[in-house]
Write a protein that binds this ligand. Structure first.
Ligand code: HEM
Length: 221
């Protein structure tokens, strides 16, 4: 290998290493975010089950491409997006009750704040999900965190034991409807915004279905 090609290859290798370190460093600094950790339980559904679910949702490689396209658009807007989503939850008594502190009866600001950081990471994770076993295992974990006995444990909150199932898939609509203006903010064509939005609807619905496992009777998921 010539010297200049060797330098080029070495630079590429160190750039890739730095990029890897950057993403590996950003994630564990979020308290309670355990994506990819060995302590996580294996999901009770398989990668083949996921493929079948994708087929039923008409979720294709094109949707994956549009989710990828959305990542740089959304990356510096996660705070503003979360303001809107949290605004919706805070102004909906049926939902905010799941963040209330059992002692005061009021919304628990520390709990809301801790979850918000992982929610911001989830936006990026959804945009570049690779749908492997690690991703699947974290879906199972997120489902468990919405239900008893795992809810509240991560943030040591004293709150309601479980989010009622019916609201999980329902929240797909406000989450994705309010995302659309953010997708349109960086100059993408109206067709691309539409396709990114469609991909997000499918991706969020798919995840809320995977998160539903703890709610469904044995053998019926
Ligand atoms: C499409 C539907 C939903 C999405 C996309 C979503 C997203 C998320 C995410 C990303 C987290 C943090 C996961 C982590 O710990 O890494 C979370 C946790 C949480 N979500 Fe949801 N969620 C949905 C439905 C709901 C609904 C309907 C409620 C009711 C208010 C709710 C209440 C909560 C609570 C209380 C936590 C904290 C759970 C814990 O104690 O660890 N979520 N959600």
């Amino acid at each position: 290998m010539s010297f200049s090609r060797w330098v080029g290859a070495a630079t590429l290798a160190s750039t890739l290493l730095l990029a890897q370190q950057a993403s590996a460093q950003s994630a564990p600094s979020i308290p309670g975010y355990t994506y990819g950790q060995h302590s996580l339980a294996k999901a009770p559904y398989t990668l083949q089950d996921l493929k079948s679910l994708e087929k039923t949702l008409l979720f294709t490689d094109e949707d994956v491409r549009y989710l990828r396209m959305s990542k740089p658009i959304l990356a510096d807007q996660t705070d503003a997006i979360l303001d809107v989503w949290y605004g919706f939850v805070a102004s909906t008594p049926e939902l905010v009750v799941y963040f209330k502190n059992n002692k005061t009866g009021e919304p628990d600001a520390a709990y809301l704040g801790a979850v918000r950081k992982r929610f911001a990471q989830w936006i990026l994770d959804t945009a570049d999900a690779n749908y492997d076993q690690t991703w699947l295992d974290y879906q199972y974990e997120i489902g468990r965190r919405h239900t008893t006995p795992k809810k509240n444990q991560t943030d040591k909150a004293d709150s309601t034991p479980s989010v009622n199932f019916r609201y999980l898939p329902a929240l797909t609509i406000p989450v994705t409807t309010t995302l659309k203006p953010f997708l349109a903010k960086k100059g993408a064509s109206p067709e691309d915004v539409e396709k990114m939005h469609d991909a997000w609807v499918k991706a969020v619905l798919m995840q809320s279905i995977l998160w539903s496992y703890p709610y469904v009777r044995d053998g019926r998921f």
